[in-house]
Design a protein. Structure first.
Length: 193
């Protein structure tokens, strides 16, 4: 099992891994969990997968993608015109996307030292896949001067981050939809926490 950090154009040679990550997302989020997300043919993608903006943490084994996540700086600006997107948690708070704005008690940050991790997915419940995603993401974020990372997820994700020694703080109350309870959280990024 290996982990690759892939962004465009720096790691364009590894871009097939990104396509396979998008295929895994479709398989899990749309085919299995029945989320109402955009898909084209065999991949799930959205505006936050913008070239030159998103960085991917991808776990793979002999070319087969078995897990991953997407990272965006909270200063990201995607699109022009009537709507400019930034990142999922902020855009939900602002009412730009179909997620509850109440998941954050205060406005989410717009700070180059804060990142967002979304589309965390694993092909199976093996904790080593989650460990590989989180440890590689944390290393990448530390190397890029991040103070913290925001994420969306069920309460179990909060416990997962804590199990790996990370400090987690809810950004607001838990929300519910057809998939269950979820919330927005902030994780401190530092060599010790």
């Amino acid at each position: 099992m290996q982990t690759s950090i892939v962004s465009y154009p720096d790691q364009v040679a590894d871009w097939l891994l990104v396509k396979r990550f998008h295929q895994l997302r479709k398989s899990i989020f749309i085919d299995q969990m029945k989320w109402s997300l955009h898909a084209t043919e065999d991949v799930e993608f959205e505006q936050y997968d913008a070239l030159g903006q998103a960085t991917y943490v991808i776990v793979h084994n002999a070319g087969e993608v078995i897990g991953g996540a997407r990272l965006l700086r909270t200063t990201t600006q995607i699109g022009r015109g009537a709507v400019t997107y930034s990142y999922m948690i902020r855009d939900a708070y602002l009412g730009l996307i179909d997620l509850p704005s109440a998941m954050c008690a205060t406005p989410p940050p717009n700070d180059p030292d804060v990142w967002e991790m979304t589309r965390f997915v694993a092909a199976n419940p093996d904790p080593e896949i989650a460990r590989a995603i989180l440890s590689s993401a944390r290393r990448f974020l530390e190397e890029n001067g991040a103070k913290s990372c925001l994420f969306l997820g069920p309460p179990a994700m909060q416990r997962l981050y804590r199990r790996f020694g990370m400090t987690v703080r809810p950004l607001g109350p838990l929300q519910r939809n057809e998939s269950g309870a979820f919330g927005a959280y902030e994780v401190s990024i530092s060599p010790k926490g």
